[in-house]
Design a protein around this ligand. Structure first.
Ligand code: SAM
Length: 249
């Protein structure tokens, strides 16, 4: 259960719906017969129950409750093919980078932003990069807190990049780049921050060690570097086990 809770919320949500559905199939096989509406309600209740067990937040639980009713309402409605294509395109633009790199889109909490702020060096003109900046929440917060710093975000998914770019437009000290974090030169930064997944951590650590200069700081949100002990660990609000792991070079 602990491992399941560490899955991205979208996977937990799908798992909850799938398990609830399996439960209904078992009931039907046992010979139970109900009106269609009761089956839909049972699917929603089962999915909500399992979502709570997987510690999904209130927004997800609400969506989980509504999804079976939405599907039932759309059942049999002739939806034009372009709608499916449009949905696919939108999903690819938001999550495409993450699907290719196996790093999904989820966000650090406001508490993490505030604790990141305390980890910035005091010297004016500091340079900070968020590798995989998502919608740019941490960058927008830090740039406002430290107008003397220069904050760079690198994001691989085009739509996500656009949202971050628009969000940070009012902040003259933020620069949001569309592209791969693997092409960023880390030597240019005093603080490198990443909230990715366990998959790229060994390769990212090799890049960090190769490129980051003495006196700089690497911060990983939640994900460890195998075999490397951080200099300090700061728990933050968010998903189970959320924390900032800090290495000083
Ligand atoms: C977990 S989100 C982190 C968002 C933000 N940094 C935060 O702390 O709230 C990870 C982001 O990294 C992006 N990403 C994944 N692989 C990437 C890559 N190779 N280059 C750039 N961005 C990448 C994903 O598209 C996603 O938006």
């Amino acid at each position: 259960m602990h491992l399941l809770r560490r899955l991205p919320p979208i996977l937990c949500a799908l798992l909850a719906q799938a398990l609830a559905f399996v439960g209904l199939v078992v009931l039907a096989r046992l010979g139970l017969r109900f009106p269609g509406f009761v089956w839909v309600l049972a699917q929603a209740v089962g999915a909500v129950f399992l979502s709570r067990a997987l510690e999904l937040n209130v927004r997800w639980i609400l969506m989980q409750a509504l999804l079976p009713f939405l599907l039932r309402a759309l059942w049999g409605v002739a939806i034009p093919a372009w709608v499916y294509f449009g949905l696919f395109l939108a999903l690819a633009l938001v999550f495409g980078g993450g699907m290719l790199t196996r790093v999904p889109l989820y966000h650090a909490s406001r508490d993490a932003w505030v604790k990141l702020e305390t980890l910035l060096p005091d010297r004016p003109g500091l340079r900070f990069v968020d590798l995989g900046c998502g919608f740019g929440g941490p960058l927008a917060h830090l740039a406002q807190a430290r107008p003397d710093g220069r904050f760079v975000g690198v994001e691989a998914s085009p739509f996500t990049w656009l949202v971050a770019w628009l969000r940070c437009l009012p902040r003259p000290n933020v620069f949001i780049r569309l592209g791969s974090l693997w092409r960023a030169d880390l030597a240019a930064f005093d603080v490198v921050y990443a909230f990715l997944s366990p998959v790229p951590m060994p390769a990212l650590w090799a890049k960090v060690r190769r490129e980051m200069k003495p006196g700089s700081r690497f911060i990983s949100h939640s994900f460890e570097v195998p075999g490397e002990t951080p200099h300090c660990i700061i728990p933050v609000k968010g998903r189970n086990g959320a924390r900032l792991l800090v290495w000083d070079f």
